[in-house]
Ligand binder design. Structure first.
Ligand SMILES: Cc1cc2nc3c(=O)[nH]c(=O)nc-3n(C[C@H](O)[C@H](O)[C@H](O)COP(=O)(O)OP(=O)(O)OC[C@H]3O[C@@H](n4cnc5c(N)ncnc54)[C@H](O)[C@@H]3O)c2cc1C
Length: 537
């Protein structure tokens, strides 16, 4: 049986849902098809141990764009985001620790370096200036490189000129900073500012989140920047927690899309995109159902879209070849644990809830440690001294665990997306999970014994469960060659695929990964414009 839509969206990740809500608000007939039995993609909450729920993959919120929260009225659909009581806590060797948080950081840094403490204000101001510009660009579509003549190029040149005008608000010093942040390593950038290892570790951690690289790898400063352009409840650069976990965000988005008239079907994987006379005309589901649509919108990692859902013959060979080399694999290993009690840190003892328990607890004391973890993982698949950020969201959200008990998210960075010598993650996942638990236990000796249950997501699990190729949390590395107009490829940085009627709305498009909603928002705007200009015909 065949049915027909204006737009069929493949994938009900948060970007697919945002895109659906905007398209439906523009009175288009929209259908979202999600392979899993639940919408939300990498932003979902599940019960992983009896009585204990947590965000399965994405675990903390900041990048979600405030315009999207407003437009989709997500608060009315139940979204409530709370701030951490402290941003970050770093337990360190030799009985020391560093706390990072509003009104606190300077005096904390002064414990390690008076010079660093005196430079903090200028660092925040200059990084904040660049973050403001970037924040402005996330809802813009990048200028697209066109293959035709002047007629096609002119609108893109104008777009480029507008962008240049935007950047002209930055003075020369800030423009130099911008260049640094785009091309330098996070380590080199931070070395120009600070001398003490703990503060560089606290800030540099953002440069390796989802980035399987040394903090001294060129381009990692951009990844750092990507993680500071967010905000929570109007407070810039702050990270928070969605009550009910990340699934509360996508549940609200789904409700917003449904309220605007979109249809959502879960448990419906798409097998193939139908193409006729060079244009996408609909999809065929795994169950063999054909659904016709005037436009097909993919929420998938671009390599998954072009490598699995399209007949290779409908794509240009150079396009196919380039897409096959789209770099994926963020080096991420993710765990959730159910805890009988709060972790009791050696450097800051206490099992009674304190502000550091509500923070992002970064267990990696220096950039040198992070670099070593990367090289270890490259050589052996994972590091014996890995990098773990732990959050205990139940300290802010009583709905996640039984009273007096807790859930913790362990975001573990620097494991190899593919293990050396063809070894399988299925063989090593438990062993690596033990390494992660042992690391936390080395900082909080009651931790291991407090673990009542655990959920493990190796890179392979992330790929199988969510369609994240190589476990890549961002749908593709956030390196300069894969950003902005080049996300996912020069000539297709405008959310339009290489076939008429085919669009992309996922994290593999500008501005990239994270629970931002921006790719979904931007793609919807382009699709609506094409419908209005009757470009789809
Ligand atoms: C472990 C981990 C931790 C992270 N932590 C954070 C964090 O704390 N904060 C943050 O902001 N970001 C975080 N991220 C990144 C963020 O979660 C992702 O970038 C973002 O959720 C991706 O959203 P998306 O809608 O673009 O794609 P996805 O969420 O990947 O959604 C794509 C959807 O497509 C579906 N699909 C795949 N194939 C098919 C098919 N053939 N047919 C139908 N449906 C299909 C999938 O099931 C999925 O639901 C994290 C990601 C991971 C994996």
């Amino acid at each position: 049986m065949q049915s027909s839509y204006d737009a069929v969206i493949i994938g009900g990740g948060h970007n697919g849902l945002v895109c659906a809500a905007y398209l439906a608000a523009a009175k288009l007939k929209v259908l979202v098809l999600e392979r899993r039995c639940v919408v939300g993609g990498a932003a979902v909450t599940e019960e992983f141990h009896p009585g204990f729920r947590n965000s399965v993959a994405a675990y903390t919120v900041s990048l979600l764009n405030p315009k999207i929260i407003r437009d989709l009225d997500l608060s009315r659909h139940g979204l409530h985001i709370v701030e951490r009581r402290l941003s970050n806590f770093l337990p360190l060797p030799d009985g020391q620790y560093l706390k990072v948080g509003a009104g606190k950081t300077e005096q904390e840094i002064a414990k390690f370096s008076a010079r660093d403490a005196s430079r903090l204000g200028a660092y925040n101001e200059r990084l904040g200036l660049i973050a403001d510009v970037l924040r402005d660009l996330v809802l813009e579509r990048p200028p697209n490189l066109t293959a035709g003549g002047w007629l096609e190029a002119l609108p893109e040149l104008i777009r480029g000129a507008r962008l240049t005008r935007r950047l002209s608000v930055l003075d020369m010093r800030a423009r130099r900073d911008l260049l640094d942040l785009f091309v330098k390593s996070a380590g080199d950038y931070l070395d120009t500012w600070f001398e003490s290892a703990p503060i560089k570790a606290a800030f540099g951690f953002d440069g390796i989140v989802g980035n399987y690289a040394s903090p001294y790898a060129a381009g990692s400063a951009y990844v750092l920047l990507h993680h500071v352009f967010g905000e929570v409840n109007g407070k810039k650069g702050v990270w928070g927690h969605a009550i009910g976990g990340m699934g509360a965000i996508t549940r609200a988005m789904a409700q917003a899309a449904l309220a605007r008239g979109a249809e959502i079907r879960v448990g419906t994987a798409v097998r193939e995109i139908q193409v006729s006379a060079g244009r996408a005309t609909g999809v065929v589901t795994e169950k063999g159902e054909t659904i016709l649509a005037r436009s097909v919108v993919s929420n998938l990692n671009p390599r998954l879209l072009y490598g699995s859902l399209l007949d290779p013959n409908v794509l240009d060979e150079s396009f196919r070849e380039r897409m096959a080399h789209w770099r994926c694999g963020s080096g991420t290993f993710r765990m959730n644990v159910a805890l009988s009690e709060l972790p009791d840190f050696t450097v800051l003892p206490g099992r009674v809830l304190a502000e550091h328990h509500t923070s992002g607890i970064i267990m990696a004391p220096s950039l040198a440690y992070m670099e070593e973890a990367y090289h270890d993982a490259k050589a052996g698949g994972w590091s014996k001294r890995p990098i773990v950020e732990m959050l205990v969201p139940s300290t802010l959200d009583g709905s996640l665990a039984p009273p007096g008990q807790h859930v913790a998210s362990l975001f573990c960075q620097h494991v190899a997306p593919q293990l050396p010598d063809g070894a399988s993650w299925d063989t090593h996942r438990e062993e690596v999970a033990d390494v992660m638990i042992d690391l936390v236990n080395s900082h909080a000796p009651n931790f291991k014994a407090a673990v009542l249950g655990r959920q493990i997501m190796s890179p392979l699990d992330l790929e199988r469960t969510f369609g994240l190729i190589g476990g890549d949390i961002f749908h593709g590395a956030m390196s300069l060659d894969q950003m902005f107009s080049a996300r996912p490829m020069l000539g297709h940085g405008d959310y339009r695929g290489p076939l008429k009627g085919l669009y992309m709305c996922g994290s593999g498009t500008h501005p990239g990964g994270g629970v931002t909603g921006a790719p979904g928002h931007n793609a919807a705007r382009e699709i609506i414009a094409d419908f209005k200009r009757k470009r789809l015909k």
